[in-house]
Design a protein around this ligand. Structure first.
Ligand code: TXA
Ligand code: MG
Length: 314
């Protein structure tokens, strides 16, 4: 059962408890309401994809309560420091290189070695992340292809009966009502991957010497949110729909008819999704080829198949 609760100290504590149990919560930011889960817990992240009904694993934006917390997880330079001083907390997301010892899980960044990070401005959201002590992965709290929620009641309409989401923290309508602007810093250029709450004029005013490239409106864009060309794929050949291992191949199973390693012995697709990226990362170091057993094309299985199908064609 999903309930709307006014955001206050005791309900924030309830939300922290739910997050610690690996469940999802919805919380207000200044842009739109987010569907939050523990960014260090693959299973919680798999629940986000399942709940949103996303047919693909896009990397998720990771929400932090302080710049210190970002520095622990990402490579930082002077540019990022300047952007932080000017625009965080606020509606800006920056794609940063993930540090090797970061605990952000593989599924949250869809296997990439970069993460999209931001510090939201909503005071209660910051308090929630601070109390939780870990970063929160959060896409907008809507079903895939539906409008982003700017009120708690919108979130409720989407997820009223969702088993993974118990609490929607209500802080009234969001201030901006539009997602954050996503930036990628490449050399002397700031690439805008998604337009949003932070305007390009504001950026231009503060970085007069920088080239600000509007990738979203450029014909030959390299990266666009949700349509990243460079998707993660293992650096060894991958074969899908495999029932048996061939020579020199490791077979990753699914369901009770397969041995270990197994994405989910009980045939649970959410558990399988939570293991996918970490298994591939681990076993590509040990085996020259990997095969994966058939995965049912239903629910989050569609996102698993989408990803391994692409990877198998590389
Ligand atoms: O305003 C917002 O940004 C809202 C609120 C809840 O904070 N969040 C949001 O998150 O819109 P989400 O997860 O729906 O946005 C994800 C977008 C994706 O389309 C993805 O392509 C891009 O951010 N993104 C995330 N990590 C990335 C990465 N490492 N590289 C490139 N793009 C990335
Ligand atoms: Mg969205």
């Amino acid at each position: 059962m999903t309930t709307i609760k006014k955001i206050n100290n005791s309900n924030i504590k309830l939300a922290v408890k739910a997050l610690n149990e690996g469940n999802l919560i919805s919380f207000p930011t200044e842009t739109v309401y987010g569907l939050g889960g523990d960014a260090t817990n693959d299973l919680a992240i798999a629940k986000i994809f399942e709940t949103k009904n996303r047919p693909k694993f896009n990397p998720l934006i990771i929400h932090f309560s302080s710049f210190d917390q970002i520095e622990k997880n990402c490579e930082i330079n002077d540019e990022v420091r300047k952007l932080n001083t000017l625009f965080w907390p606020g509606p800006m997301t920056i794609i940063l290189k993930k540090k090797k010892d970061s605990k952000i899980c593989d599924l949250a960044s869809a296997g990439l070695n970069t993460i999209g990070v931001r510090i939201p401005e909503n005071k209660s959201a910051l308090k929630l992340i601070e109390l939780f002590k870990k970063p929160l992965a959060a896409p907008s709290a809507n079903k895939s292809l539906s409008l982003s929620p700017t009120k708690a009641s919108h979130v409720f309409e989407y997820f009223e009966n969702d088993k993974n989401l118990s609490i929607i923290l209500d802080d009234g309508p969001t201030k901006i009502g539009l997602e954050s602007t996503i930036l990628n810093l490449i050399g002397n250029e700031i690439h805008v991957l998604r337009h949003g709450g932070l305007s390009l004029d504001e950026l231009r005013k503060n970085f007069p010497l920088k080239e600000i490239i509007d990738e979203q409106n450029s014909k030959n864009r390299i990266l666009a949110p949700g349509m990243l060309k460079k998707h993660y794929s293992p650096n060894v050949p991958l074969r899908i729909n495999a029932k048996k291992a061939k020579n020199n191949e490791l077979l990753i199973g699914f369901g009770p008819n397969y041995n270990s390693p197994n994405l989910s012995f009980k045939g649970d697709l959410v558990e399988a999704a939570s293991n996918l990226f970490s298994f591939l990362a681990k076993y590509q170091k040990k085996y020259p080829r990997i095969a994966i057993a058939p995965i049912p094309e239903e629910g989050i299985g569609k996102a698993i198949n989408d990803r391994i199908k692409r990877a198998s064609k590389n």
